[in-house]
Design a protein around this ligand. Sequence first.
Ligand SMILES: Cc1cc2nc3c(=O)[nH]c(=O)nc-3n(C[C@H](O)[C@H](O)[C@H](O)COP(=O)(O)OP(=O)(O)OC[C@H]3O[C@@H](n4cnc5c(N)ncnc54)[C@H](O)[C@@H]3O)c2cc1C
Length: 388
Amino acid sequence: MKNAHVLIVGAGIGGLTAALALQRSGSKVSLFEHAPQLGEVGAGLTISPNATHALEYVGLGDFMARNGDIPEAGASMHYKTAEVLYHTQRGNEFKKKYGAEYYQIHRADLHTALADAVRANDPNAIHLSHTFQSFSQDGGTVTATFTNGKSYTGDVLIGCDGVRSAVRTALFGAESPRFTGQAAFRGLVDAEPVREHIVPTPSATSMGPGRIFTRYFVRKRKLVNFVGIARTSEWKEEGWSIPATVDEMLSVYGDFNAHVIAIIKSTPPGRLFKWALFDRDPLPEWRKGRVTLLGDAAHPMLPFLGMGAAMAIEDGAVLGRAFEAAATVDEALTRYEAARKERTTMVLLNSRKQGEIYQSDDPASLRGTTSGELRLGLFDYNVKTVPV
Ligand SMILES: Cc1cc2nc3c(=O)[nH]c(=O)nc-3n(C[C@H](O)[C@H](O)[C@H](O)COP(=O)(O)OP(=O)(O)OC[C@H]3O[C@@H](n4cnc5c(N)ncnc54)[C@H](O)[C@@H]3O)c2cc1C
């Protein structure tokens, strides 16, 4: 279907990927972002081969090859002893097996590249300082209204506005995301002072009772991104940017191996953050008429499989393919949801289960096993060839 006018709410990684895929399929896109400026937090992101296929589909293959870090291997380690419980060969091995690279990248770098590509196609596509409020639709059009009083009419509206999606509330009513009993710390530190602690592989996760600690390089091995995810019932604050202190993180990770402790201790003031993790139960349907959801708005999930952004990116590419294949908006949205619901529901539910596996009270029981992503075959999915 060519020349549809698609309204997208939310210029995160999901909304921008969808915008690019739709522009590629011949649609006009108007993207509305609540923030006054585009940006992403200073943190890393794993782009697994399934997500790389989707970024290649929207034209960012070269960008990823230039800017992504490729960890040749990953280690899953005992939290206390640093024993490698299992080892995953990545790099060339993954490229050969899945036909696409496994990258790690700074979130802001990918976000900027997506936004630049959308604007290169249409300099007026992105509207900042637009907070979605409500929509109305009739047989032929949909109109989105924003808190600044402006309204825009198009053929279809895609809610890409994250875990607290206002479009989802407008579609299906208010229902709070579920606190998962997990909280996360994140930091981004200079690699040089801690290089001796980046062993035995460039990417690694230490697993302990109720806690994991993952770290990997970004920006061509100049920075180390780390994330600690720990069970907690104590605090439930949201947002990616609540300041935390080294002492606070050490009070949770103090019994981890010396490499983990050294990386945490190297974090300069103001570079450590914490937040609580929320998800939602799978929705029975994503759509009403000309309005649907994408990314975290449709299926927010725990990060234990590292797949939240990957699912949003896949959604975006498949949405573009659905518009390319369909004759009408109705057909495009039906094809999109049919192609995406089963996979994202499976990944959402398994992300919960994977937390229990990785945060086992007996990490030694993980010896000789494999990662959740590989066990579930998540990298086998290719948006370029999957039926849509
Ligand atoms: C600790 C942690 C680590 C992770 N690591 C990985 C990883 O390695 N790999 C991976 O694939 N995923 C990872 N994820 C998941 C990933 O970050 C998210 O799934 C992804 O960002 C979802 O993208 P999105 O575009 O759907 O939503 P978001 O990134 O939340 O973007 C939503 C956008 O909508 C805007 N918005 C919100 N409300 C409104 C409104 N009312 N009107 C207009 N605009 C609005 C926001 O400002 C924002 O720009 C991780 C998550 C966590 C918590």
